[in-house]
Each structure stands twice: as C-alpha cells, then as structure tokens.
Design a protein around this ligand. Sequence first.
Ligand SMILES: [Mg+2]
Length: 482
Amino acid sequence: MSARVLVVDDLVPNVKLLSAKLQAEYFDVVTAFSGPEALQKIAASPPDLILLDVMMPGMDGFEVCRRLKADPVTSHIPIVMITALSDSENRVRGLEAGADDFLTKPVKDIALFARVRSLIRLKLTSDQWRLREKTSQQFSVLNENRPIIEERADHARVLLVEDGRSVVDRIVATLAFDEDTLTVAATIADAIAQIDASPDFDLVIISLLLAREDGLRLCSQLRSRESTRQIPMLLMADEHDMNKVAKGLELGANDYILRPIDRNELLARVRSQVRQKRYQDRLVANYTASLSMALTDPLTGLFNRRYVMGHLERLVNRSGEHKKRFAVLMFDLDHFKRVNDTYGHAAGDLVLREFAQRITRHMRNFDLAARIGGEEFIVVLPDVDLDTVELVARRLCGVISGEPMSYNADGGMVPITTSIGMTIAGEGEEPVADILKRADMALYRAKRNGRNRVEIELSAPQTGNGSESGALNASPETPPSA
Ligand SMILES: [Mg+2]
C-alpha cells in the first residue's frame, strides 16, 4: 500500500519538484495550488500527509493548517509546513497552528524522506486506534470527538537524557514555563532505570550528542519494549547529524530539534508531542471503556446479551470437540412489573442489583451470569451433569425467595421470587438458538405451573426418550407473593 501525500504550493515548479521526488520513492502524490483547493481536495479524499507551502496568496499555509487541525475529521492528518523563511518565529507560528514539522526550502531529500516516512508511520498507528474507537462508538455512549489541538499540553512529565550541564540547565529553564516535571538522566542505563521506576512519562528528550554513548541505542530499546513503545521521543542533534536523525526517525522517534536550541521552538515541539500522546491515550482509554460497556450490563455489572451469545457460541464449538455438557438456566423474576408499579423504577433497579448479587454469590467462579432483558437473566454452567445442575437450580431458586429484598434505603423490603427454565446442551452439534428455545420453553412451563419453581426441558435425541422434561420439585419455601 502506498501512502497518499498532498503537495500544496502556489508555484508550479515547486509542486513539480516535490511531486517528482516523492513519486520516485513510490508515494501516491496529489497536488493543489492554493489553500482553498487544498481544503477541497482533502475534504473529498483525505491524504496520509500534507506538505504545505507557507507563503501563498489569499489563504496562507498557517490558515490552511489551523483549519485542518481544528476540524476533528482532519486533525489527525500530519502536516509539514514548507517555507523559504528559516527564522524561528515562523517555525513556532507553524507549530502553534498545529503543524507537525517544518522544512526549509530548498528541501533536502534526507530530511524530507525521513520526516515523511516517520509521520506516515505514526499516522497509520493512530489510524488503527481511531478505527477501533469508531467501531466501539457504534455501541457505546462515549462519543468524544475533540481534535488533537484541544488536548491539554501542560504539566507534562518529561525525561531528558543529556550529559551536558549547560544544555540541561537551558532546557530545565525552558520547560519550567509550562510547569512540567523534568527528570534528567545522564546515561542510557539511568534513563531506563527512571522509566522502569515510573513508566508514565509524556515525553523523552534524547540527546544524540552524549559524550560516551549513542542516544539511538535508547531509541531502539524504548521502541522494542512493550511498556515503553508508546512514549514519544524527541531527538536533539546538530545540523550536520541529519543522517543520525533520519536513522532515529526510522527507529521510531517522533520528532527532532536541532542545536542551537531555540526556546520557543522547543516549547512548541514538546507541546505538540505531549498533545499527541494524550490524544492517543484518550483513544485507547475510550476504546477500553467502550469495550467493557459493550459487554456488560451497567445496572448489575453482569455480562449482557451480546456477550453471553458469543460465550454460548464458543461453548457449543468447544463442546463439539470435547463432548462436555453445559447447562443453561433462564431466569425471569415473577411479577416484577408490580415492583416497578408499586415502588417505582429506582426500587426495581435495587431489586435487580440484589438479584444479580445473590445469584453471583452462589455460582462457581467459572459459571457465567448475564442480564439479557429487563428482568431476564441467564446463567451458564459448564461441565455439569444433570444431578448437579438440578441441585444448583433449586438452590438458586431458594436463594431468591428465601429472604425478601430491600428496595430503598429506609428499610423497605419486598418478597421476590423467580421462575427458572433449564436445559442441558453440548453433547451434539446444535445451534445456540435451539438451546435457548428449549430453556425458554421450560421457563414458560415454570410460569404456567405456578412460578417460583424450576422446570427442565431436554431435547429428545439427547435423553433417548424425550420423557425427562418436567418439574424438578423446586420446593419453594416461600409462597410466591410478589
Ligand atoms: Mg509560495
């Protein structure tokens, strides 16, 4: 797959030159000759990277950059600003507008390709998370869509790997401006020790001018370890070290700054990396939270219908191989509507929570409970025989009816009972829907036969004669009264 690069410049020769260079390296190149044309092309088909001229008549590069970085739809696309001006004021202006880097005309190939490749690689990683977040948004309540530029970038934890005292002092003074916490390590071993002691650094600044060591070794080590793979790395080097910088970007460094270090440029680059890191952290956290929300019932903390269906599919497939039986118990609280109607929905919620807790307390830790509807629950018990599961079902029925449930904080109690339909599966190949249908039939019979009881439905082929369906003498100790 070749990455798509958009080249934007008002001068045709500039566009042609950059396009030719990129095409020679097998990039897929798109061109635009003005700010508005660039915005239009990006909206129609977003590229993986934008090389953006600063000086253009009408809408200049800063404005194009600002617009793209403020829009959640395009804020993740890396932008490299290209200018004839090499003064730091313009660099910083670009970085503040959200640009990911700056290249000065005439653009040197080594700097161009090192930057383009590294930014595209970083984007592809973050695209994966964005994709997952988008997927998880489809079934979650999380729907944050803040662009990167709005992430907070102050109070960062920064590790500086540098052995030159004067450089250290200068950077310490610079970063104090945003109340960052700066830790200094003079050797690679020290840096690793600091990271192991507390891995949640927002950024590691690595000098490529250490007296006795090669800073690239640290780059490589941090990227190869799972726990440090995501920490952004900013390289510090001399201008004649561009080969090393290119190597560092290839190893996974996120950005670089050249000496003599300009205070404002350093601040802008640090902010940009911290912002990226926090954005990525947020994507990962959202994804994890959405995932757990997607699979659990928020009221009871039990698994939800989606999860238990997947679980049953896995059990059916597994039991096909190992011929192990499992039981499915389907619960429906008796006359639950009356609880809601009499005491209100908050009371009903308390009862459902208490129900879930009682059931879970009496399960083995490899049994699984799920809430599959308003007052409907399922318990799946793997590796059981009929006698055991009979006992379990009867016990669960008694656990619910045995003591009334609290429905408010003032000591209000209400008697609750449940009907249980039970079936056994796993001996042969069988669709999950058929298993559930059987459990449902048993549940229906439990309701019809007076509630607060267990009924079992076994399929004819599994039992040999199909006559084992019937009541299991649930022996209700409390009469159904709610
Ligand atoms: Mg121009």
